[in-house]
Design a protein around this ligand. Sequence first.
Ligand SMILES: *[C@@H]1O[C@H](CO)[C@@H](O)[C@H](O)[C@H]1NC(C)=O
Ligand SMILES: *[C@@H]1O[C@H](CO)[C@@H](O)[C@H](O)[C@H]1NC(C)=O
Ligand SMILES: *[C@@H]1O[C@H](CO)[C@@H](O)[C@H](O)[C@H]1NC(C)=O
Ligand SMILES: *[C@@H]1O[C@H](CO)[C@@H](O)[C@H](O)[C@H]1NC(C)=O
Ligand SMILES: [Cu+2]
Length: 182
Amino acid sequence: MANPMSMTILVVVVLTALAAVVQVTEAATYVVGNTTGWAIPSTSTFYTTWATGKTFSLGDVLVFNFTTNAHDVATVSQTNYESCAIANTISLVTTGPYSYPINTNGTHYFICTFSNGGHCNSGQKLAISVGNSTSAASPGSPPTTPSALSPPPPPPPPGSSASSLAATLPLVFMTIALAFFY
Ligand SMILES: *[C@@H]1O[C@H](CO)[C@@H](O)[C@H](O)[C@H]1NC(C)=O
Ligand SMILES: *[C@@H]1O[C@H](CO)[C@@H](O)[C@H](O)[C@H]1NC(C)=O
Ligand SMILES: *[C@@H]1O[C@H](CO)[C@@H](O)[C@H](O)[C@H]1NC(C)=O
Ligand SMILES: *[C@@H]1O[C@H](CO)[C@@H](O)[C@H](O)[C@H]1NC(C)=O
Ligand SMILES: [Cu+2]
């Protein structure tokens, strides 16, 4: 039978491993544009620059900080994002500030529809890429349409937290084994 000291070590190791998993999956909150908020920026590339170098993940939150009736936030297609077309928005939020939860991988496109797209044309537009299995590729790369002859795609991988936990389990069992030997 394992002695109390071994059991104590075991508990500490397990708790440390679980804490590491929790830390990895912690969500982040981003204030779009930092202190500029969601507004007509001083340069048309402002929000592109803001997003550069940031890694957005599922569960993160984007805060669009704007004054109601001065701006809005529309989620749009890539085509509408590029042309600042304000018809056929996917969603439209007119009350600020607005917290947008990132729920899907892929590229998310946002514009302000004010002035018939004038704010967007002045640079009030944002595109962010989430995850890796996305259409985030640069414009010009061919779309990946599945061929009728190719086999069906594999099932989606399990959630990241579940796989992290699964990766931790062998470590836990190894620790239990060691605790009994020493
Ligand atoms: C924006 O805020 C983030 C933290 O929220 C900070 O790391 C970054 O340096 C800020 N960028 C600018 C240009 O202030
Ligand atoms: C939103 O903008 C207002 C006015 O500029 C500012 O006082 C507030 O701190 C901002 N909120 C966030 C979350 O950055
Ligand atoms: C989203 O992308 C991340 C990073 O590549 C990946 O680990 C995760 O499995 C993806 N989730 C979904 C639901 O596609
Ligand atoms: C996405 O990332 C995960 C883990 O990093 C990897 O297993 C998966 O193959 C990637 N998917 C694509 C389409 O690159
Ligand atoms: Cu605006």
